[in-house]
Design a protein around this ligand. Structure first.
Ligand code: CMC
Length: 433
């Protein structure tokens, strides 16, 4: 019997099957041969929420959740956060290697020259209600770019694909900043090509009447580090949405809008906004034990805690905690930090959290830092979506180039009626009243 195989005995029939094991997985399709009779459809796996199903082969991001390890293309996140810029990391995610000086110059130049929004996109954004959630504006506007660039539908044209990738990475900060300015009632600011990616984003957010915006270098670097940390995170809910939608050969604007929609949820990228609401609700350090007791009794969750994959300290949270300290030296300390630190201290000692391996995740400290920089909580998820766009697009490229991938189409276990006889109107029973 070959070593890398699994032998399955079907106790319904006594039949024995041998299926290959490859990379620690068996192919779900290997189970289809397991049938009770010729009419039987064959065995399937049932895995709601993909708890134990690999949906693709990927060489982009590696996570070891038990050890708290995160690597992009083999490079530890800590090293990338210390030594690279966000656009350098975006290049690494996209092409698999760190850029040379010449490559980086050309990549940055191309992205910088795609930061401008078409005037009709600007007009589209002006139509949003004054108090629209910035994430709703972000998602809708990214989707609307599909109407400006219809050629993006040619997803199998390599050059066309790269053009849309550069456009999207270039334009997401402009859309995010316009959403912010829209809420503030300020005119949108045009990009400034002399500035770096994050400095230009800050320019589009905060420039008022000064002729040239000058970003604080500590804050610009902090934002760049946060962008690096959020750039990719393998097959999470948003990335799975990106791959699933793009598998239908949908254009990258619509697929990215779908991924961003998933990110907007409070259990995903929306958690950073929820952390701030939670810290507001707690109010002061003294109230932390009572809040933790409430969570343990099943009333709500400790937002910014827990992760499907990390069963150890999220490595990104450590870097954010350090970066936040740098930011506070410029902005002054956010008083919510004391509540957060106390929450973390108690939770990490409490049996409930220890037993379930619940540690602070990426969202726990990012909001406190963003608030100190002047962002309202509604903008936090948008700040997550900007760099994640680079990750989504890298995953999209990988999907398109993977000969094994097809349109995504999970199976279901049907639990409804068998064929029924039609019920005429006079014999039906009311459901709504
Ligand atoms: N506070 C209190 N209890 C929790 C928490 C929490 N934050 N997270 C999980 N638990 C408990 C949960 O009640 C369950 O307990 P029991 O076994 O007694 O029923 C156990 O831990 C396992 O939870 P789960 O819901 O089965 O775990 P999951 O892997 O499905 O959920 C999660 C992962 C991130 C959705 C969840 O931990 C959560 O809701 N956290 C709060 C929201 C949050 O911070 N999200 C950001 C995630 S990181 C950024 C990103 O990737 O988007």
């Amino acid at each position: 019997m070959p070593e890398n195989t699994l032998t399955i005995t079907d106790n319904r029939t006594g039949q024995v099957y041998t299926v290959p094991i490859e990379d620690g997985t068996i192919r779900a399709m290997s189970l289809r041969q397991i049938k009770t009779d010729a009419e039987d459809f064959g065995l399937m796996t049932y895995d709601p929420a993909f708890m134990n199903t690999a949906s693709c082969r990927s060489s982009i991001t590696y996570i070891d959740g038990d050890k708290g390890i995160l690597r992009y293309r083999g490079y530890p996140i800590e090293v990338l956060a210390e030594r690279c810029t966000f656009l350098e990391v975006a290049f690494l995610l996209m092409f698999g290697e760190l850029p040379t000086q010449t490559d980086l110059k050309s990549w940055v130049n191309d992205i910088t020259h795609h930061t401008m929004l078409h005037e009709s996109t600007k007009k589209f954004m002006e139509g949003f209600r004054y108090d629209s959630h910035p994430m709703a504006m972000f998602v809708s506007t990214v989707a609307a770019l599909s109407s400006i660039y219809p050629e993006a539908r040619q997803v199998h044209d390599v050059n066309n694909r790269m053009l849309q990738i550069k456009r999207l990475i270039g334009k997401v900060p402009s859309i995010a900043a316009s959403a912010y300015r829209h809420n503030m009632g300020f005119p949108y600011v045009y990009p400034d090509n002399d500035l770096s990616y994050t400095e230009n984003f800050m320019n589009m957010l905060w420039k008022m009447v000064e002729p040239k915006y000058v970003a604080n270098p500590t804050l610009a670097r902090a934002l760049d580090i946060l962008f690096i940390l959020h750039a990719d995170h393998e097959q999470n809910c948003g990335t799975n949405a990106m791959r699933s939608v793009a598998s239908a050969q949908t254009d990258p604007y619509l697929a990215t809008a779908s991924a961003a929609s998933a990110l907007a949820g409070p259990l995903h990228g929306g958690a950073n906004e929820e952390v701030l609401k939670m810290l507001d609700e707690i109010g002061s350090k003294e109230n932390v034990p009572a809040y933790i007791k409430k969570v343990k009794e099943g009333h709500g969750r400790l937002m910014g805690f827990g992760h499907r994959v990390y069963k150890n300290y999220d490595p990104r949270a450590k870097i954010i905690k350090w970066t936040a300290e740098q930011v506070f030296e410029v902005t002054g300390r956010n008083p919510k930090l004391d509540i957060a630190l106390e929450l973390e201290r108690i939770a990490l000692e409490d049996e409930y959290f220890v037993k379930r391996k619940l540690y602070p995740n990426v969202d726990f400290y990012s909001g406190i830092m963003y608030q100190a920089m002047g962002f309202p909580p509604e903008m936090f998820t948008v700040l997550f979506a900007i760099p994640r766009t680079a990750g989504w697009l890298s995953q999209w490229q990988e999907l398109i180039n993977d000969p094994e991938q097809k349109i995504t189409r999970p199976r279901q276990v049907y639990t409804g009626y068998n064929q029924r006889e039609f019920v005429p109107m006079e014999r039906r029973t009311a459901i709504l009243v």
